[in-house]
Write a protein that binds this ligand. Structure first.
Ligand code: ADP
Ligand code: MG
Ligand code: MG
Length: 254
């Protein structure tokens, strides 16, 4: 089944067009990577999927599991199983990581018609998931991302993801600034999640992450559109040749 279908999506930021007719389809069980030069609109796209208020959709459609995603408020998208790991994870001082995770987790359970987990059962579950991302349990009692290093924030995002088991996980440059050990841990968390039931969208500037998470499709984004789609080998070609040749080839085709 199709999880996400994006057709001719156009969007503005402060009256400047950023997305200019983006098309993408993600089916269950697929891992997609979007690569592309800085400023091509990758983060804009991921924020629009999450419902960020700074971005205005001006045309096209985004269908998530058969429903119009753009009509749903951000919280409803999250409850419906859309998860976005940010390029720059937010800090929420004063809210413990454990409480934050439990509220998010139980909101999703409720949405699924399941009973909330009590604090004891939740504690057991979260400790299991901590092992996937190799974070110390002491991180549960700190404010959300408060004083976490860059790598710890990314691992904390993957912890959230591992708990919530989203149907559509979007990771926007989760690999940037990670050392190789943290990168492996993040990749391991993502690979853990990649099942036949869900879709994963990895947005990355470098192909390094794709050494550890093998995508089914690699898309090149340029000036707000996907201009080329290929298999996992395309990432290596982009790493070796840059993006200019894609632009030139597209000019010949169109
Ligand atoms: P990428 O993630 O591919 O590097 P972005 O989506 O971050 O690209 O940015 C695409 C373009 O949109 C850039 O020119 C950027 O300056 C602009 N842009 C993104 N967010 C904002 C914003 N909140 N206000 C103004 N311009 C923005
Ligand atoms: Mg960028
Ligand atoms: Mg970006």
């Amino acid at each position: 089944p199709v999880i996400l279908s994006v057709r001719e999506l156009t969007a503005d930021v402060e009256d400047t067009p950023i997305l200019k007719g983006l098309n993408l389809e993600i089916r269950a069980g697929e891992v997609h990577a979007i690569m592309g030069p800085n400023g091509s609109g990758k983060s804009t796209f991921s924020k629009i999927l999450a419902g960020h208020p700074d971005y205005t959709v001006t045309g096209g459609e985004v269908i998530y599991q058969g429903q119009n995603l753009l009509e749903l408020p951000p919280e409803a998208r999250a409850r419906a199983g859309v998860f976005l790991a940010f390029q720059y994870p937010l800090e929420i001082p004063g809210v413990s990581n454990l409480d934050f995770l439990r509220v998010a987790y139980n909101a999703k359970r409720k949405h699924q018609g399941l009973e909330e987990l009590d604090i004891f059962d939740f504690d057991d579950l979260v400790r299991q998931r901590l092992e996937v991302v190799k974070l110390d349990p002491s991180f549960l009692n700190r404010g959300v991302n408060e004083g976490f290093s860059g790598g710890e924030k990314k691992r904390n995002e993957i912890l959230q993801m591992a708990l919530l088991e989203p149907t559509l996980a979007i990771l926007d440059e989760t690999d940037s600034g990670l050392d190789i050990d943290a990168l492996r841990i993040v990749a391991n968390g993502v690979n853990h999640l990649a099942t036949a039931e869900n879709g994963i969208l990895l947005i990355t500037h470098y192909q390094r992450l794709l050494d550890y998470i093998v995508p089914d499709y690699v898309h090149v984004m340029e000036a707000g559109r996907i201009i080329l789609t290929g298999g996992k080998e395309l990432a290596l070609e982009l790493e070796a040749r840059g993006y200019d040749w894609v632009r030139e080839e597209e000019a010949v085709v169109s």
